[in-house]
Ligand binder design. Structure first.
Ligand SMILES: Nc1ncnc2c1ncn2[C@@H]1O[C@H](COP(=O)(O)OP(=O)(O)OP(=O)(O)O)[C@@H](O)[C@H]1O
Length: 585
């Protein structure tokens, strides 16, 4: 069923469609400007808002589209083909630029894209044979007002519809995972690079179509009119002003800022640039997430909450009953054969050698405890096994395959799943979305992802917290959510990094039971880093100990914890006594 923002959008578009027939030419010009801004802001939001990559080169594709159409159309290419070519050229350029650009993250990406803006303008001035330099290009005289208006209207409608579709699709979910944590997205099996390239190409194609429409309507373009800094920044400021990453944020920004800009443009055109500056300052100071996320406004206007939708509507399905058995399909596993082999693994950060010639094997269906003093290299070893770090030397083979030859997402899809010592759930996504993302991107059950995610949430005890955002969970709940997410990847090797600290004794027993069930019923091999040795002893078949990056013990819990070297380096006798008591209760 349509919600009021969607109904309002339909009414606005219907009203806009009537403007050329019933409104004044001035009103039609204002609406044309607003529609173009909406196309630019809405498409920018896919990369800048949904995916979290601040792309300052959006205006470059506007200019590229304007030039492509102008050159082609003035050389006699039919209008429709000129538009299609403009979009395709821009998407191709964006895909090529994606290779160097997506090697950068955060501010570096933003500055990398900003560098392209003056470069594009410079090229437009200097490729005179193609662009006619500073003289600009005049298009063949045609009456373009009405046609360009309806092209702009259609593009704006399409951009909004695509945004709605994106917010409900698994592709949109992928964008939000990338925005939250790209490394974790890959660790749950998402191949991020193609997603980023496709999104950048789509957003650039829309910017190019907007530029082409603008050129067609104006009939003349020159470098400053399509590559100027204000052209590049205006739609970005509008999206940020309304609320980037929100479905309706760009539209609200365009309405508020675009209208203000039109009024100021009539009064004094120089105020226009000042308006963007003030808007950026205001957003930064009072509403870092944009108007729609402003606490002050949300408290006073509850009806605004519907505009905050950035994802699937809240879950309507009730949580299923907690199940006794792990609700994940088991693998056909030959128990006892070697699943993981670490041979001479050495890892160094600069001059700091963190792992030194580590050798051990893990058999299918084994629960291996990994212990050692703080800083002994346990998490680093997990990072090497899950493909996050490449060891300096040595080899890690998983089921006979060299882990170093796999991308992170490939390692995840092969069955290596993990949790993080400091939990890294996708913070602005709900519990169920976090688990569902893992089910979908690991390919464990893409068809019934929602159902699987619900059952896994119930199994780990998060059935009552399905619609809660991960950043509103307690630390323990986040750890359990990470565990659920790892389980949702249908792992063959599960790397568990200190999940138990902070659990109550009852929760701890339940957790140990879950680990055993996952091993016994699904045949999953588990490596568990844990400082609560009593708990570890109950679950682990075997324990290995790291000290300053070297493996110093390997054997049953009893053998290892009574080993003199282990006791001296890791286990002060008081702790041993305490832990042994807990373990044997
Ligand atoms: N990315 C990195 N860059 C530089 N040094 C690092 C990096 N990651 C880990 N280290 C260093 O490697 C060493 C081992 O860290 P690691 O986190 O693997 O230890 P750990 O045994 O897991 O410790 P803890 O029990 O406290 O979690 C530490 O000295 C740490 O500072």
């Amino acid at each position: 069923m349509l919600k009021w923002p969607q109904i309002l959008a339909v009414v606005c578009f219907a009203g806009a469609a009537l403007v050329p027939a019933f409104g004044s030419p001035y009103l039609a010009t204002v609406f044309f400007f607003l529609l173009m801004s909406l196309v630019l802001a809405q498409s920018w939001n896919w990369v800048g808002g949904d995916m979290g990559y601040i792309n300052l080169a959006h205006g470059v594709h506007f200019g590229l589209g304007a030039y492509a159409l102008s050159i082609l159309f003035s050389h006699g290419v039919p209008l429709f083909l000129s538009f299609v070519a403009a979009a395709l050229i821009s998407a191709a350029v964006a895909s090529l630029l994606a290779y160097p650009l997506f090697r950068m993250r955060g501010h570096y990406f933003a500055f990398g894209t900003l560098a392209i803006v003056p470069l594009a303008e410079l090229l437009a001035y200097n490729l005179r044979r193609l662009t006619k330099g500073a003289d600009g290009i005049s298009l063949p005289p045609v009456n373009a007002q009405l046609t360009s208006y309806y092209i702009a209207l259609s593009l704006a409608g399409l951009a909004v519809l695509l945004s709605i579709a994106l917010s409900r699709s698994s592709f949109g979910l992928a964008l939000r995972c990338i925005r939250n944590d790209e490394e974790v997205s890959e660790a749950i099996g998402l191949r991020t690079f193609p997603v980023k390239v496709k999104t950048l190409a789509a957003n650039s194609a829309f910017a190019a179509l907007a530029g082409a429409t603008y050129a067609f309507q104006l009939g003349f373009i020159d470098p400053p009119s399509v590559f100027g800094l204000s052209v590049a920044l205006a739609p970005i400021v509008m999206a940020l002003f309304g609320g980037s990453g929100l479905l309706w944020g760009p539209a609200v920004g365009v309405l508020l800022l675009g209208s203000a800009q039109q009024i100021l443009l009539v009064q004094v055109s120089a105020y226009q640039v000042a308006l963007y500056g003030c808007a950026i300052l205001l957003i930064g100071r009072f509403m870092p997430g944009g108007v729609l996320r402003s606490e002050w406004l949300r408290r006073r206007a509850r009806w605004l909450h519907a505009l905050l939708e950035s994802k699937k509507p809240a879950l309507a399905t009730p949580a299923p009953e907690a199940t006794e058995h792990p609700p994940v399909k088991s693998h056909h596993i030959a128990r006892g054969s070697v699943l993981l082999r670490c041979e001479g693994v050495t890892m160094a950060f600069g001059g700091n050698t963190v792992l030194r010639n580590v050798n051990f094997t893990v058999r299918q269906g084994e629960i291996l405890g990994l212990v050692g003093p703080n800083g002994s290299g346990k998490t680093t070893l997990f990072n090497c096994i899950s493909g996050i770090y490449r060891p300096k030397s040595g080899q890690i083979t998983f089921d006979g395959m060299d882990v170093a030859s796999l991308r992170r997402d490939e390692a995840a899809r092969l069955g290596i799943a993990r949790t993080y010592q400091i939990p890294r759930p996708f913070a602005d996504m709900t519990v169920i979305e976090n688990i569902e993302a893992a089910v979908i991107f690991s390919g464990s059950d893409a068809a019934g992802a929602g159902e699987s995610a619900l059952r896994i949430a119930a199994y780990v005890g998060l059935g009552g917290r399905l619609s809660v955002r991960a950043d509103a969970l307690s630390t323990q709940e986040r750890k359990i959510l990470e565990f659920a997410r790892a389980l949702a990847c249908r792992p063959r090797l599960l790397l568990v990094d200190e999940v138990a600290s902070g659990l109550t004794p009852v929760e701890l027993q339940r957790f140990i039971l879950m680990l055993r069930q996952i091993r016994d019923e699904l045949g999953v091999t588990i490596i568990w880093i844990e400082h609560i040795l009593g708990a570890l002893s109950q679950a682990a078949d075997r324990v290995i100990v790291l000290e300053l990056g070297s493996l110093i013990a390997d054997g049953s819990a009893n053998e290892v914890f009574s080993n003199d070297r282990v006791r001296r380096s890791y286990l002060p006798s008081a702790v041993v006594a305490l832990e042994t008591k807990t373990c044997c209760k």
